[in-house]
Design a protein around this ligand. Structure first.
Ligand code: GRF
Length: 191
């Protein structure tokens, strides 16, 4: 079975691109049916279009409540045939109502070893904490921010010379490996 993905992005889309590259392999058990962004100026949307992917923009500023925004997102999802929502740098919090509609069918990547360093500035949090290790996690999305069950992680050592930017760059390399791995596991029902 080929798992049909909707990728949600708000920015540069490097995780989206790593997943798109993985999907090009003939034996990869998933394909991207939709890239959705809440920002028309997300750089990742241009990359998605260059790759011939279907895109949708739902600008959160056009909706006066989170629920109204989420309803429009749901309508766009219905237009495309989607099994799994993959949040890849999507900077909006989804409503509990939306999450209930997609039970265990929304995943997110966060650049820390969850449950450590949830929320904003995880690399700064790791350095402030004197962490010896960091990494990234893919987890199911629940109503608790960065709090759902972890599906997979990749780890790297924190170097004494690290700044938030150097740590982010090394963790990002791991994100690009981890997300396709986890999507494969889910598609093969091994998660
Ligand atoms: C990644 O670090 C991801 O872990 C976080 O947001 C960033 C998105 O980067 N949730 P990109 O848009 O995929 O390049």
């Amino acid at each position: 079975m080929t798992l049909k993905l909707a990728l949600f992005i708000s920015g540069r889309g490097s995780n989206m691109l790593s997943i798109q590259k993985a999907c090009e392999a003939p034996d990869f058990p998933a394909k991207i049916n939709l890239v959705l962004s809440n920002r028309a100026d997300a750089a990742g949307l241009d990359i998605a279009r260059e790759k011939g992917l279907q895109t949708e923009v739902v600008n959160h500023k056009d909706y006066n409540s989170r629920v109204a925004f989420d309803e429009e997102v749901n309508k766009r999802l219905e237009k495309h045939d989607v099994d799994l929502i993959v949040l890849a740098g999507f900077m909006r919090i989804l409503s509990p109502e939306f999450i209930k509609k997609w039970p265990e069918r929304i995943i997110n990547i966060h650049p820390s070893l969850l449950p450590a360093y949830k929320g904003l500035h995880p690399h700064q949090q790791a350095l402030d904490d004197g962490a010896k290790e960091s990494g990234c996690s893919v987890h199911y999305v629940t109503a608790e921010l960065d709090g759902g069950p972890v599906i997979g992680q990749r780890r790297i050592p924190v170097l004494s010379s690290d700044t938030p930017d150097t740590l982010a760059a090394r963790v990002l390399e791991q994100e690009h490996l981890l997300y396709p791995e986890v999507i494969r596991q889910i598609a093969e029902d091994k998660a």
